[in-house]
Design a protein around this ligand. Structure first.
Ligand code: UTP
Length: 395
């Protein structure tokens, strides 16, 4: 039962108005949705993350992290990394995790972002191809974990099936879903999605750790002898998925977290990997002290490796929610489908950096390794991704 008094107390009694316009089965669905929701938690989320959101805080004592620059390393060192990396991959010490649960609202592609193709080759296929090549080189199949969300899980699975898993051994691909959290109107009201469910959206890429833990996948990796988990995004069209050079660098440094970065352009509005009180963080351009930003040379490109033992320890530690305001399809009071600015609550995977005791960074060449597909047009768009693929002869 939807209790009017309780709904009123939480400012959610508009739900009763929706109910009046619903068919019997829609009402039943709504009741099931509401039973899963803790309204106290919803109030807290709205208050903490939206109402009492802090004006952007400028961090103090931000310091440059220590890092190696690939370009400055002698060829013999790189060859040593490649050989060390290949041996470790051969021994099954690496697993790979692809974060592909995002909504891709800016790109506006109708299917999961990984299905977006350049020259008839999808982003999923481009990544699978690299892992297939590694298998050919080492003879060891790599466990490939792919995080999806409710909004794209089914379509992602069908796409892999239709494409015969891109020739990858299906038993080495592990799909798992991230968690979801309610989305709210700017007034803090629950929203109905276009299927008349209470809207829940993927809880951000930082949901990855708890979801791995919940599905017992971290323990499964441990049992399989995995020592490091390589993690990357779906939308960097130039990503080198577990290249042996980086694998060797990870192995040699043997840190809780090892990451790639690129040299940030002056005033570039990208997150910088920094150190504050010896803890590593990714700070947005807007969180950095004026005049400091260009001293911080490492832009985050979403390519990292985590020591598995570190993740097993840290996965259950708390991460903060961040606010994202996105245009999302929903039902209005007249039951027509509209697009409206909606509050989305997201965890960021890099907030786990604060728990790491050791951290290493390899700065690589942006032209060869970083071109994110975020937008339809302009910066980081279909056009720039196409050009960068062309320049790297990847089309
Ligand atoms: P973005 O932060 O660019 O978000 O994701 P997005 O949802 O793909 O795109 P927009 O902002 O709606 O346009 C960076 C990476 O994190 C993954 C994405 O799939 C991408 O690989 N991600 C993001 C998740 O896996 N889950 C999420 O909830 C959010």
């Amino acid at each position: 039962m939807l209790d009017e008094t309780i709904l009123k107390q939480h400012g959610q009694d508009h739900i009763l108005e929706y109910c009046k316009m619903m068919s019997q089965s829609e009402k039943e669905q709504l009741h099931i949705d509401m039973d899963r929701i803790d309204l106290d938690e919803v109030d807290k989320l709205y208050e903490d993350v939206y109402v009492n959101r802090k004006m952007i805080e400028i961090a103090d004592d931000v310091e440059q992290i220590n890092y190696d620059i690939k370009e400055n390393l002698p060829e013999e060192k790189l060859a040593e990394y490649r050989s060390l990396g290949l041996s470790a991959i051969k021994e099954g010490k690496f697993a790979v995790l692809l974060m592909a649960g995002g909504q891709g609202t800016r790109l506006g592609h109708k299917a999961p972002k990984g299905t977006f193709s350049f020259n008839d080759k999808s982003l999923f296929e481009r990544q699978a191809e690299q892992l297939n090549k590694l298998f050919e080189e080492t003879g060891t199949p790599i466990h490939w974990y792919i995080m999806t969300s409710d909004i794209n899980h089914k379509d992602t699975l069908s796409f892999f099936l239709e494409n015969n898993y891109f020739g990858y051994d299906e038993s080495y691909i592990h799909f798992f879903k991230q968690d979801h959290v309610v989305a709210l109107s700017t007034e803090g009201e629950l929203v109905l999605d276009k299927d008349k469910h209470i809207m829940r959206t993927p809880n951000g890429n930082g949901g990855v750790f708890k979801s791995l833990e919940k599905a017992n996948l971290l323990n499964e990796m441990k049992d399989n002898g995995v020592e490091y988990l390589f993690l990357n995004n779906i939308d960097n069209v130039l990503v080198k998925v577990l290249d042996s050079e980086f694998a060797g660098f990870i192995k040699e440094k043997d840190c809780d977290i090892t990451t790639k970065s690129v040299q940030a352009y002056p005033d570039e509005k990208v997150g910088r990997i920094v150190s504050i009180d010896d803890k590593k963080q990714v700070l947005e351009y807007s969180e950095l002290p004026e005049g400091e930003v260009n001293k911080l040379e490492n832009a985050n490109i979403g390519i990292h490796a985590f020591k598995l033992d570190f993740l097993i320890e840290a996965a259950s530690k708390p991460l903060p929610y961040h606010l994202a305001i996105k245009n999302l399809k929903q039902i209005d009071e007249d039951f027509s489908v509209i697009e409206k600015e909606t509050l989305k609550f997201e965890l960021f995977y890099f907030d786990i950096f604060q728990y790491a005791n050791s951290f290493a960074t390899l700065q690589v060449d942006r032209k060869e390794e970083f071109s994110p597909l975020k937008n339809k047009e302009g910066k980081d768009s279909i056009e720039t991704a196409q050009q960068d693929l062309e320049t790297n002869q990847l089309l």
